[in-house]
Design a protein around this ligand. Structure first.
Ligand SMILES: Cc1cc2nc3c(=O)[nH]c(=O)nc-3n(C[C@H](O)[C@H](O)[C@H](O)COP(=O)(O)OP(=O)(O)OC[C@H]3O[C@@H](n4cnc5c(N)ncnc54)[C@H](O)[C@@H]3O)c2cc1C
Length: 180
């Protein structure tokens, strides 16, 4: 028991378990291969701006696992939440505001007008789908409904998947996409 517990990686997972173990009195050593903490949630400061690796959403954050841990560690008051209106993201087309719904997504200059009409036909029914029904689609790949679309409309789904899931559309299920 005198040996420290070695945690490999200082992402959210590693830091969380290390902090919890150390509050329980264990000796912990965290080994991190890069020069900064945070893993995929890392951010850098640049000319008074905070540039995130990607924006992170904590829906109903007070009920989230991470908030429970922060509270247990008594550092929940350190959590700084950004207001959605202060967030922008960058694509090859320039800076965009954070999209807050379907209409905002369609307003992004990511795709030509004619593709937006096709998209509305797909997205509106999804937006009104019940939670229970989306769960039936958890094994259906999103690409089942996007594979026959034209290049631009498909590119929209790819961009939204990258934006919201940091992954490509073939790795996202239709259920997951619809809920998001
Ligand atoms: C753009 C983007 C947006 C996201 N948005 C959300 C969101 O909105 N909501 C949400 O809940 N999640 C989101 N996620 C997912 C979330 O960021 C990850 O699930 C979470 O950060 C994973 O944490 P982790 O500690 O498991 O792994 P990581 O963050 O990947 O940390 C692993 C750490 O281990 C280090 N490491 C790896 N190998 C070694 C080694 N051999 N030796 C030493 N160190 C090593 C790495 O350098 C890294 O620091 C998003 C992810 C991305 C990329």
């Amino acid at each position: 028991m005198s040996m420290p517990i070695i945690v490999i990686g200082a992402g959210v997972g590693g830091l969380t378990i290390a902090a919890l173990l150390s509050t329980e009195g264990h000796k912990v050593r965290v080994l991190e291969k890069s020069s900064k903490l945070g893993g995929r949630t890392a951010s850098v400061k640049f000319r008074n701006h905070i540039l995130d690796n990607g924006f992170h959403i904590m829906p109903f954050y007070k009920k989230s696992a991470i908030f429970t841990v922060l509270k247990k560690l008594k550092i929940d008051s350190n959590l700084i939440l950004a207001k959605v209106n202060d967030i922008a993201f960058y694509s090859t087309c320039g800076f965009h505001g954070y999209p807050k719904g379907i209409l905002d997504l369609l307003r992004l200059s990511l795709l030509p007008f004619k593709s937006r009409v096709k998209l509305l036909r797909i997205l509106f029914p999804l937006a009104f789908t019940s939670l229970e029904k989306t769960e039936l689609w958890d094994d259906v790949p999103l690409t089942d409904i996007t594979k026959n679309l034209d290049f631009d409309t498909n590119a929209f789904f790819e961009s939204v998947c990258m934006l919201a899931f940091a992954d490509t559309a073939d790795h996202i299920s239709l259920g997951e996409f619809t809920r998001t």
